[in-house]
Structure formats: structure tokens, C-alpha cells
Design a protein around this ligand. Structure first.
Ligand SMILES: [Ca+2]
Length: 468
């Protein structure tokens, strides 16, 4: 027989069906026991082995002419469970065929489809040795030669040295036996998720029990410290930081994530932070105080669903408890001012019928918590994204909701000579040079015509907020 199709025997059943080890730390040993029930013929000379499958690939590139053959020898290694060979090329009008020959030179698989730029062949449990692939230029049209890529994928079985499994050497028909297995994670193992299996082999049959394991090089200690930061000493917190204790057995990059909830159990935010930990330590996750002020309803705050992730993104630990912060959202620093989301095109407001405006005026509504000097800046673009003008307004604003007008020069719009809607974009609200809010697209005006504007010399006014 040149190759064997793997047949999963359903007559032998394991209970439980799989071993989900969960997370284990380096140096730890876990054990499990399985009941094996043989409903089929007697199995003799039964052995038990931990196995893993590694994927190995090899790539060739070439080009081929019409009705021409290209061939390559392929070294098939030992212990391959599956061998796949994929051919791809870029021109869907070309049609190539792919043939696979075994170590005895016999054809094993062939693939020739129409209307797709790819072929696939393969074999299960291929006999090791030199196999051969042939690419045939069945129909090469648009060019004299069609370039292609050929990729071989080998699923190679290897012994999983961490796993020990023992069980009865003979399983008579209609009987049950017990399989005992242990998995010993080496002390120097790194954090990762692993998949393998225990293989039960008899003279003629193979049966597998899947094994999954996450090597957890760290765990949450369950301890944390909360830090409330009031930078300007006004009694309101700009930042909340929580340091979460992490016990480290394997150095590496780790991430802590959790959700911050308010007293009504509505989410303020999902927080996370990543840190490289060489030894036991902590990971600090911080949240901006104004975010809590803006999103939270009432106290107390609570950090829940704390998860620890490995650098590969596997969940390796979960903290069952909650971290309660006995503060209300109102204890945090309010956002000094924000856009309400209301914008008005005031270009024609206050104009007599027939009177032509000399500028585009957009009113931007701002809700101010902290009175003071603010800057509002934005760009006016046409439908093609062409910038008509950029403008900035600096104004001293009182507490409360108010409209601030931004004035744009329409001269570039009138020079373009094409009617267009005008869009206020990249709108920012700044205080002391620091942007506190940003809106990508604020308002789009009705379609404006360049003739609507006066070409007379304009007087620029930086408008103060209207007293309302
Ligand atoms: Ca403060």
C-alpha cells in the first residue's frame, strides 16, 4: 500500500472525549483519567503516546508555457499525517493542471479546474521519500509564459514529550479500560496555547483524544492598589489608576483587561494595559477622569471581569472578585468644555434679501463647564475635499451653553466657480493649547453658488460669543 487514509475509529470511545487542561504554570504537572470503551473487535498490543502536529511548508516559484510540463521533486519527511500541495497563478484566463506522484512514480492525485487560478492536490499519511509534482500548462493565453507559485504543506506528527499515558495493553471486544495521563509543563516553558492529542494505537488502529493546554507563565495575585490623581489640587480627579498584582513564573509580555462600571452597572469603559514582566510585579491600568465624569451615572465605581492575557493573546487567568472604588463620577474632573453637536450655517442670517454675504459663517454650540479662554478651529472644504479656508477663533467663554461663530473666507470658492455644498471638518476645541475635543465632520451646508458671495473687499471680525 502506498498511502493510508486515516480512519477515525468510532468503535473505541473515550470518556471524557477530550482533555481541556486549562491553564498550567511552568513546572506544574496535571493528571487526568479516561475510561476507554471498546465496542469493536479486540485491540491487541495497545500503546499510548502524546503527540503534536507541526506544520512545515516549502514554496517553489516558476513559469510555464502553453502545453509544456514543469516538474519538481518533493522530499516527504517521516511521520506526515497530511500532505497538501497548492498551485496558484495570477491570470484567471490561464489554465494550469497539477499532478502529484508518489515515491514509486505512481499518480496519487490530480487537479485541473476551469475558471479559477488555483489547483490543490494532497495525500494522507504519505510514505516518506521523494515524491514529484508536475505542473502542466494546459492553456496559457495572455502571455507566452505563466508565472506560478507551488506550496507544499506537511502536517508532521511529533511526540509530545510532556505527555505520559498508560493504559491496558489489550482491550477485549465489549470491555472497558482506564487510561491515565499526565502532562508535565517544563519549568522553562513559555506562555502559549498548545493543542495536541493522546494517540491510542493497536496493531491496526489509531484513536485520538485531543488535548488542549495553555501554559500560563503568570497569574493574577488578586491584589490591587487604587490611585486617584488630582493634578491641580481642586479636589476633582484627573485620572484613576489601578495597579493589578501579577505573579510571574515565565518572563514575558502580559496584558490585563477589565471593565469599569458605575453604580448602575452601566459600562464606563473597557480598560487594558500591556507590560513586559521579568518577575513578580504589577500592571497599571489607568482611565481619564473626565471619561468617568462624562460616562458615569453614580457611584461607587467597580472594576470587573479582570482577565490576564499572555503575549500571544491567550487568556491565562481570571480574577473572580471585583475591585470597588468608593467614588462617584462627580468626584472626577469635568471636561472643561465640549461641543454639543449643534451647528448652524449662519452665512445668510441677518442679511437683507439680495444682500450678498462676504464670508461663510458657521455657528458652533459649546457647553462650557469651566469658564476661560478657548480656541475653536476648523477647515471648510468643498465636495471634492478641496480646502476653501481654515479658520480659528479664540474666545473667553462663560459657563453654560453658547454659540461661537467661525468665519471663513470664500475667495477660493468663488475662484473655483463651481456650486458645491461646503463641509466643516477637523473641528477642534482647545484650551491652553491642548485639544480637548475633536470632531471629524461637523456640518455640511446647503449647496452654495460662488455668485452668492460678494467679491468686495472684506473686513474680518473675530466674533465674540453672542450674549444670549
Ligand atoms: Ca483636579
Amino acid at each position: 500500500m502506498d498511502y493510508v487514509l486515516e480512519v477515525e475509529r468510532t468503535l473505541l470511545a473515550a470518556t471524557p472525549k477530550r482533555w481541556s487542561v486549562g491553564s498550567a504554570v511552568p513546572g506544574e504537572t496535571r493528571e487526568a483519567s479516561f475510561s476507554l470503551t471498546n465496542s469493536g473487535p479486540t485491540l491487541a498490543n495497545v500503546t499510548y503516546l502524546g503527540m503534536m502536529e507541526n506544520v512545515e511548508t516549502e514554496v517553489w516559484t516558476g513559469s510555464i508555457g502553453d502545453k509544456v510540463i514543469w516538474t519538481v521533486p518533493i522530499e516527504v519527511p517521516e511521520n506526515v499525517t497530511r500532505f497538501g500541495l497548492g498551485l496558484s497563478w495570477d491570470d484567471p484566463d490561464s489554465d494550469l493542471a497539477l499532478l502529484l506522484f508518489n515515491q514509486n512514480g505512481r499518480p496519487v492525485d490530480v487537479s485541473y479546474g476551469e475558471g479559477e487560478a488555483g489547483e490543490e492536490v494532497g495525500a494522507s499519511h504519505p510514505v516518506p521519500g521523494v515524491w514529484r509534482a508536475i505542473v502542466y500548462g494546459y492553456h496559457v493565453t495572455t502571455r507566452s509564459r505563466q508565472p506560478f507559485e507551488l506550496e507544499a504543506t506537511f502536517y508532521v506528527q511529533e511526540t509530545w514529550e510532556w505527555v505520559r499515558a498508560t493504559g491496558p495493553g489489550r482491550l477485549d471486544s465489549g470491555t472497558s479500560g482506564r487510561l491515565n495521563a499526565s502532562i508535565a509543563v517544563p519549568p522553562n516553558a513559555s506562555s502559549e496555547g498548545l493543542e495536541g492529542y493522546i494517540q491510542v494505537r493497536s496493531d491496526h488502529d489509531r484513536f485520538t483524544i485531543p488535548v488542549s493546554l495553555t501554559v500560563a507563565g503568570a497569574s493574577l495575585t488578586g491584589t490591587s492598589t487604587t490611585d486617584l490623581i488630582d493634578e491641580d489640587g481642586d479636589g476633582l480627579y484627573e485620572e484613576l489608576c489601578i495597579e493589578v498584582g501579577v505573579e510571574v513564573t515565565a518572563p514575558g509580555e502580559y496584558r490585563v483587561e477589565g471593565s469599569l462600571l458605575d453604580g448602575n452597572r452601566s459600562a464606563i469603559g473597557w480598560l487594558g494595559s500591556t507590560k513586559l514582566l521579568e518577575e513578580d510585579g504589577s500592571i497599571e491600568i489607568c482611565v481619564n477622569g473626565s471619561e468617568i465624569w462624562k460616562s458615569g451615572g453614580c457611584g461607587p465605581l467597580s472594576l470587573e471581569n479582570l482577565f490576564l492575557y499572555s503575549g500571544e493573546g491567550d487568556i491565562i487567568d481570571r480574577f473572580e472578585g471585583n475591585i470597588t472604588i468608593l467614588k462617584c463620577p462627580q468626584d472626577f474632573q469635568p471636561i472643561p468644555a465640549r461641543f454639543t453637536g449643534r451647528y448652524l450655517d449662519l452665512t445668510l442670517s441677518g442679511k437683507e434679501p439680495g444682500e450678498k454675504p462676504s464670508s461663510v459663517i458657521i455657528g458652533v454650540e459649546v457647553d462650557v463647564q469651566t469658564p476661560g479662554r478657548y480656541e475653536i478651529a476648523g477647515r471648510l472644504v468643498d465636495e471634492d475635499g478641496f480646502e476653501i479656508d481654515a479658520a480659528e477663533v479664540a474666545a473667553s467663554l462663560e459657563a453654560g451653553v453658547q454659540m461661537v461663530n467661525i468665519t471663513f473666507d470664500p475667495i477660493r470658492f468663488t475662484m473655483l466657480g463651481e456650486p458645491s455644498r461646503l463641509h466643516l471638518i477637523n473641528l477642534t476645541l482647545s484650551r491652553e493649547g491642548e485639544v480637548i475635543e475633536r470632531v471629524d465632520e461637523a456640518i455640511s451646508t446647503e449647496s452654495r453658488s460662488p455668485e452668492e458671495f460678494t467679491m468686495a473687499k472684506k473686513i474680518y471680525v473675530i466674533s465674540p460669543p453672542p450674549s444670549t
